[in-house]
Design a protein around this ligand. Sequence first.
Ligand SMILES: NC(=O)c1ccc[n+]([C@@H]2O[C@H](COP(=O)([O-])OP(=O)(O)OC[C@H]3O[C@@H](n4cnc5c(N)ncnc54)[C@H](O)[C@@H]3O)[C@@H](O)[C@H]2O)c1
Length: 252
Amino acid sequence: MAISGGASGIGLATVGLLAQSGHKIAVLDLDASKSEAAAASLPGSGHIGVATDVTSTDSVTAAFDLIRASFGRLDGVVAAAGIVDPAPSATVTDESLQRLIDIHLMGAIRMARGAYSLLKDSGGGSIVCLSSMGARLGVAERLGYNVAKTGVEGMVRTLAVEWVPAGIRVNAVAPAWVKTPAIASLIDSGFLDPAPVEARTPMGRFADPEEIGQVIAFLLSPASSYVTGQSVTVDGGMTIQFPLPQTERQLA
Ligand SMILES: NC(=O)c1ccc[n+]([C@@H]2O[C@H](COP(=O)([O-])OP(=O)(O)OC[C@H]3O[C@@H](n4cnc5c(N)ncnc54)[C@H](O)[C@@H]3O)[C@@H](O)[C@H]2O)c1
């Protein structure tokens, strides 16, 4: 299994779950020492950490060449690399927008295309890309992020259809709010107040990264063999709740 962004947050929780199930893991993240430390922390043996920048096709290609040389085959890929960079849409710079799109959308495309031939040579496999509620809801000051995640869901549907003959399934997981370092940085810098998020979420709390990882692990596994081209929302009920009080008890 190869996971971009595997050294932190949702990616790190996912590699932990996959390693517990006996998978050999390639942690692909920006920093060599962080990637190697994450790989070394996993149960089992043979895991590798590979310094990879998903904004570079050469870097992603080199990572999959190394995975082919080290593992000889590949069954699954997760595109979980990401950043947050909130800014007002009227004034956000082109550079910020392009960077968000390059990491989240082009990064997922590079991961999928980079893995294609190795997955195909392995008899097929599963690709899971991180989307977000931002692909469905208008979250203010997240223009580049929301556009990129909407694009990820279009990419997932396209590749899912195109790569059926290679035995490759392609799906997305769309979390709402997850307790990760990225979200902690938004809270610490004053861009996110956790209280209204918890109040607006029927389950009344943020997700733990492992709760997203479990859904990713399902989509990577043969248990989801007939699922492709989907985006699975994992949000504690946030996006399906009617926003106003409905029952006599709630109105009282
Ligand atoms: N945390 C949430 O609430 C939430 C909600 C919806 C979607 N997501 C998505 O889940 C994914 C993981 O988010 P997270 O909260 O775990 O973030 P995180 O910051 O904890 O981890 C992201 C990882 O991506 C790596 N990364 C960043 N740029 C990279 C690049 N160019 N190349 C390779 N690696 C790079 C970082 O080094 C980091 O290790 C992201 O795609 C994010 O958009 C997160």
